[in-house]
Design a protein around this ligand. Sequence first.
Ligand SMILES: NC(=O)C1=CN([C@@H]2O[C@H](COP(=O)(O)OP(=O)(O)OC[C@H]3O[C@@H](n4cnc5c(N)ncnc54)[C@H](OP(=O)(O)O)[C@@H]3O)[C@@H](O)[C@H]2O)C=CC1
Ligand SMILES: O=C1Nc2ccccc2C1=O
Length: 308
Amino acid sequence: MPISKTFTLPTTGAKVPAVGFGAGTKWFKRGGASDPFDTALVQTITQAVDVGFTHIDGAEIYGTDGEIGQALAEIIKGGKSRSDLWITNKYFAGDSSYKYRSSSGTPLDAIKKQLKETGADYFDLYLLHSPWIKRESHGFSLQEAWQSLEQAQELGLAKNIGVSNFGVEPLQDILKVAKVVPQVNQIEFNAYLQNQTPGIFEFAQEHKILLSAYAPLAPLYKGPGPIDPVVAALTKKYGKSDTQVLLRWVIQKGVLPITTTSRKERLTEILGIFDFELTQEEVDEIATLGEQKKLRLYWIPDYSKYDD
Ligand SMILES: NC(=O)C1=CN([C@@H]2O[C@H](COP(=O)(O)OP(=O)(O)OC[C@H]3O[C@@H](n4cnc5c(N)ncnc54)[C@H](OP(=O)(O)O)[C@@H]3O)[C@@H](O)[C@H]2O)C=CC1
Ligand SMILES: O=C1Nc2ccccc2C1=O
């Protein structure tokens, strides 16, 4: 059977390109809107699409919507159409201090603003970036925030809607009112963090929510660790790089990886993950060895209580 280059969203049936290019992390503008326009990001996104990426991951808080918009304009000028791309974006909800949130207002307000800034017409997927929303701090509850996303979907502004960094509890909270079940939960995921929050992997499977992984390559740049010898053996067996083995592992766990790079050669390397398959035993071995090390890079201290 040919190896699929897409994941299918359970409810809408939409086909999502199976690896995403992130416009956050190393591109994230810590200085916000006052940071200079990043022409390197524009160039890297257009190069990424040139070599075969069709999935771009942005977020309100990254401050890179302008760059995504410029790249999109250039890509369309080059002959592609909007529908050739999958663009995810996210509403900035803040962290567990409840001190920060989008300056745009509700998710519906924010998506309208972000659509203008990117010129994207619609987002293929729009997420609540994090679950820390309450009426006292935000002016609306988490359930109301979800309903705001549902409205955005009804208006055609987002084809699919979902969440990011959600644990079981906030998911259960929105499921009480949801007319549309979240399609995706984008979480930190790799062999050393297989449950960002307790039970989330199983919960997502039960509720047919597609998990998407950021920091999929953390075992590479935050090593050494117990999976290293197995990954090294697999690179030899398959003639693939450690990056490719790790991304393949994520995909074969049923999770959609979002990665990024500033290096052209890594763009093609990343896409070289669709012509080989790990055996189930190899997938399981990495998972089992990975349990021996705990690594969390994001949403600290929000989720540090789970690391004690
Ligand atoms: N929803 C959320 O809360 C979050 C979402 N994200 C999203 O996910 C995207 C990807 O996240 P990220 O954690 O960066 O993904 P990865 O774990 O895939 O890391 C990518 C980074 O790893 C570096 N890298 C790759 N190979 C190596 C190597 N062999 N040695 C050292 N460094 C290496 C790359 O650098 P180089 O440029 O040199 O190739 C790049 O900066 C983000 O851009 C963002 O869109 C990320 C974090 C949180
Ligand atoms: O790309 C990201 N970098 C981050 C750092 C801290 C919290 C969230 C994020 C992102 O989404």
